[in-house]
Design a binder for this molecule. Structure first.
Ligand code: SF4
Length: 352
């Protein structure tokens, strides 16, 4: 049965218990329902086999258990990575990515159905703002992909690096994290931000914090303002200061993401300047060679392999730990928004 009641996955845990308490008794049934949702990630009341039939029917009369619907999956890349396009109840489209990595698997989730931050190298930014995703829409991406690939929870990593700026959807992000923590340790979850300083400061106050990744992309304020206009609001120097006060935990570093654009931010001197900028931070750099897209400015090109190597070598010689996201499949996460971009282009009426 379908109805227009609330999606139970959208209620933060304390509200869920209160909402269920009006229909469900005895109280241990609430715990059982939470377990079906938060541990097993079911999307129907009928799947809750240890809950009496009448109670399942009563729940279905008042509430929904909704996940976004998959409308497209890319063919798996050579390394097994696969991108998913979902449709939401209101017709918005979002993406998520499945990335197997040996004995671990990462799922990259979207936090908004678009993005107002407007980074010029990003397809999601190109298509503009979209609404915040609810906890149910974020958890739905996760559970759908986890179920489809049957990945044991102990192998899972989660990254909020898909469409949207997660720290501009803070409340729903925290509600989503609280559910994910039931299965996955905070150190296995990463939140990636374009540098929303108040959000970073709020994240710092949480009793359980995910890993933090920050998209830097230029070693100086002028160029960062050009490709990341959010720098005007949250200047680079203040952003670095906020990272310096972010509580550091044993064995955990901040990830500095750096999209490499040929001839723009990939020189030897840029690497030296980046090393200087992040000096004193407990951080590692993740260099991401740019993924070209017809919706993005044509001057933006992927650097040649030699330039990437030189940039990385310079960072290493300057004492910076660095990884490069080279494989084709992994790039699809860096280029989140591209599958939706293609789909939007297909749906657009042809003119002329
Ligand atoms: S890179 Fe992230 S923050 Fe920037 S426009 Fe794209 S989705 Fe938004």
């Amino acid at each position: 049965m379908t109805n227009d009641g609330a999606n139970l996955y959208d209620l933060p845990q304390p509200r869920l218990a209160r909402a269920l308490g009006t229909i469900v008794s005895p109280p241990f049934r609430v715990k059982q329902i939470e377990e079906w949702m938060y541990v097993h990630g079911v999307d129907s009341f009928d799947a809750m086999t240890n809950i009496p039939k009448e109670l399942r029917a009563a729940l279905a009369e008042h509430y929904r258990l909704d996940f976004p619907q998959v409308i497209e999956r890319t063919t798996p890349a050579a390394d097994g990575s696969q991108k998913y396009l979902f449709t939401l109840r209101d017709g918005n489209r979002i993406e998520a990515v499945y990335m197997p990595m040996g004995d671990r698997t990462s799922i990259c989730l979207s936090s908004q159905a678009g993005c107002a931050v407007g980074c010029t190298f990003c397809v999601t930014g190109f298509f503009g703002a979209g609404r915040n995703l609810t906890p149910g829409e974020m958890l739905g991406q996760f559970f759908t992909i986890q179920h489809e690939h049957n990945v044991p929870m102990e192998m899972m990593n989660v990254v909020f690096m898909g469409m949207g700026e997660p720290l501009l959807n803070f409340e729903n992000l925290v509600a989503t994290l609280d559910v994910l923590y039931r299965n996955i340790a905070p150190k296995r979850i990463t939140v990636s931000t374009s540098g929303i300083i108040p959000g970073i400061d709020e994240l710092a106050k949480l009793p359980r914090r995910p890993n933090l990744a920050v998209s830097i992309n230029a070693p100086d304020r002028r160029r960062r303002e050009e490709i990341m206009p959010i720098t005007k609001k949250y200047p680079l120097e203040e952003l670095i200061a906020s990272l310096k006060r972010y509580p550091s935990e044993k064995g955990r570093e901040i990830t500095i993401e750096y999209v490499l654009l040929a001839g723009y931010n990939d020189s030897h001197l840029d690497a030296v300047a980046l090393a200087k900028l992040i000096h004193g931070l407990r951080a590692k750099v993740n260099a991401i060679p740019f993924n070209e897209d017809p919706n993005l400015p044509p001057w933006m090109k992927r650097p040649k392999e030699g330039s990437i190597d030189r940039f990385v070598d310079t960072l290493v010689r300057n004492g910076v730990a660095v990884t490069v996201r080279r494989s084709k499949g992994r790039e699809i996460a860096a280029a989140c928004g591209q599958l939706r971009g293609k789909e939007v282009a297909r749906r657009r009426p042809k003119t002329g």
